[in-house]
Design a protein around this ligand. Structure first.
Ligand code: C2O
Ligand code: CU
Ligand code: CU
Length: 578
């Protein structure tokens, strides 16, 4: 079930042979690989976030060519965004790529039209301005492109970033939270480099990259250190552990704190998942320890445990143990955290009895008639952007029961909500997964059940997605979508018409205001088009009462295209920017 139409070339094999040969050669000379200091993404705070997605390049391999990459504001990956629960955040996402893209806020609870899924396409040169009230719990989330059939390629380039949400509960705990010092982002991924140091777009790479650093090392203080670990890989799972087998303490699942730290010495993190862990380095001054992937113990049906004799899935890291991060333990900081807390938060999982519907989903390895090659499918169907799988009435509490007959494990992700796992293979979730989750691993041939509430953000037009978070599978169609609808809305309303509003001042310099004949008018969407008809700014559910900021537009003629909330009628009016 693996060859998904990728074409093998002799050059591919030659390069692999070259790579293996040079690794053995280095090994036999016992040349010790030099570590590189792990990069720490920049940070952005506040309520306005400017993100420019662009094609760029980065010196990832120490010798030879730079790698062509995708970056957000910088040379690869993007800044870590700090949000406070309760704040309204405004994003200015400028697409400076030569291709369309989207930017999805993975794990955030927000309106579907702000979600950045495959429907919220940002054309090249356009700025997309979603905003929302942060309602998520303190935890680590992330953002990444989600353009259908382009997700793998655009994530491979390195486009993405972390989101750190803070709230009053997390802030009241004695936890490490000095970013880059005792609170350290760790983004796990792997890439395949061509001989000219360029990324190949493949499911598995030969090289581990930690925060996009090869052979990463980092200095941490001799105290309790927090790592925020994201599996940002295209496909691979990581069986995390430390080289001295020490325990580490998981304090969050994807969407919030656990009730208490969970001590483990191994933990498998699948694509899309995050955990925050505490590691006690108090007694380790002057020592080194490695965070490793103990992937030699992964089963064949778990991504990263599958060994292929040949073909496009061959990779050097398959079912091997390898280093993720070499840690050097240095002096304590001034106010070190030296204790692992005993409790974290009060978790109130949604009770199974409160569900008003169970939806039954399937995952299969199948050959679909008329589709070339094998694929993994949800509900016996490849993704169709024009097909809505489910209509979820607002305020539903739903159990999703996913029955996999696949011979491979898939990390299943749903947008809009954080859920509670009810069972996996008939068993209650392990302690580290007994909190809020937005990705759940569906082992091969297993039934997994989770429960979620859909109590907000009804929108019959823009769906939310659910999919396998292995980007290759997602791009190949292992995805579906649902809309949340409000049965109470949808009452007939008089559509907007040309006479129902005016723009002022016109010409305008800073802000264009809208004067509605009916002041209760709700605007679903505004696009500002230039004189060539190209969208330059896209404003989902704009706060039009504040005026529409046009100060950043160059002088000229523009068209404001308004979409009415109730009837979705579109009206266009001209204005001049000067
Ligand atoms: Cu992280 Cu729909 O994705
Ligand atoms: Cu998501
Ligand atoms: Cu999958």
């Amino acid at each position: 079930m693996s060859c998904f139409g990728l074409i093998l070339t002799p050059i591919y094999f030659m390069r692999k042979i070259f790579l293996f040969a040079s690794l053995f050669f280095l090994g036999s000379l016992s040349v010790i690989a030099q570590y590189n200091t792990m990069a720490i993404p920049d940070t952005l705070n506040g309520s306005n976030f400017n993100l420019t997605i662009k094609d760029t390049f980065s010196q990832l391999v120490s010798t030879g060519n730079q790698t062509i990459t995708g970056g957000i504001n910088g040379k690869i990956w993007g800044p870590t965004l700090f949000f406070n629960k309760g704040d309204v955040v405004h994003m200015n996402v400028k697409n400076s790529l030569n291709d369309s893209t989207t930017l999805h806020w993975h794990g955030m609870h927000l309106p579907a039209v702000m979600d950045g899924g495959p429907h919220q396409i940002i054309p090249p040169g356009t700025t997309w301005q979603p905003y929302w009230k942060v309602e998520n719990n303190a935890a680590t989330y992330w953002y990444h492109p989600h353009l259908h059939e382009m997700t793998m390629e655009q994530i491979t380039k390195g486009i993405g970033g972390l989101i750190i949400v803070r709230d009053s509960i997390e802030s009241s705990l004695a936890l490490p939270r000095t970013y880059g010092v005792d609170d350290i982002p760790v983004i796990l991924t792997d890439r395949d480099f061509t001989t000219s140091n360029q990324f190949s777009v493949v499911a598995y790479g030969d090289s581990m990259l930690t925060n996009f650093t090869l052979r990463a090392q980092y200095s941490v203080p001799a105290q309790v250190v927090r790592f925020r670990v994201l599996n940002g890989a295209i496909e691979r799972s990581f069986n995390l552990g430390f080289s001295d087998n020490r325990n580490f303490y998981i304090i969050t699942s994807d969407g919030g704190l656990l009730s208490a730290p969970v001590a483990v010495n191994r933990y498998v993190l699948h694509a899309g998942e995050r955990i925050e862990i505490l590691v006690d380095c108090s007694a380790d001054l002057g020592k080194s320890v490695d965070l490793k992937a103990y992937n030699s113990t992964l089963a064949q049906n778990v991504a990263g445990g599958d060994v292929f004799p040949n073909g496009p899935f061959v990779n050097y890291l398959a079912r091997k143990d390898f280093n993720i991060l070499h840690l050097n333990i240095g002096a304590q900081t001034i106010k070190p955290i030296t204790q692992i807390p005993t409790t974290l938060t009060t978790l109130t999982p949604i009770s199974a009895a409160s569900a008003n519907i169970t939806r039954y989903l399937t995952i299969n390895d199948t050959n679909i008639v008329g589709v070339a090659g094998a694929a993994f499918v949800i509900n016996h169907k490849l993704f169709d952007i024009n097909y809505n799988n489910y209509t979820v009435p607002l305020n539903n509490t739903e159990i999703w029961e996913i029955k996999s007959t696949s011979n491979f494990g898939h990390p299943f992700h749903i947008h809009d909500v954080e859920f509670n796992i009810l069972s996996s293979g008939g068993n209650a979730p392990v302690a580290a997964q007994a909190g809020w989750k937005d990705v759940v691993f569906i082992p091969a041939q297993t039934i997994v059940r989770f429960i979620a509430k859909f109590d907000d953000y009804a929108d019959a037009l823009h769906p939310f997605m659910f999919h396998c978070h292995i980007s290759l599978h997602e791009d190949e169609g292992m995805m579906g979508q649902f809309v949340v609808t409000d049965p109470a809305s949808g009452l007939a309303k008089i559509p907007m018409n040309q006479g129902s509003f005016s723009l002022y001042p016109n010409p305008s310099t800073n802000k264009v205001f809208i004067n509605f004949a009916d002041p209760s008018t709700k605007v679903y969407y505004i696009s500002i088009l230039n004189s060539l008809g190209k969208a330059v700014v896209m404003l989902p559910q704009p706060e039009w009462q504040e005026g529409i900021d046009v100060s950043h537009l160059s002088d000229g003629i523009y068209f404001m295209q308004l979409t009415d909330e109730k009837t979705k009628t579109v009206i266009t009016k001209k204005f001049i920017k000067e």
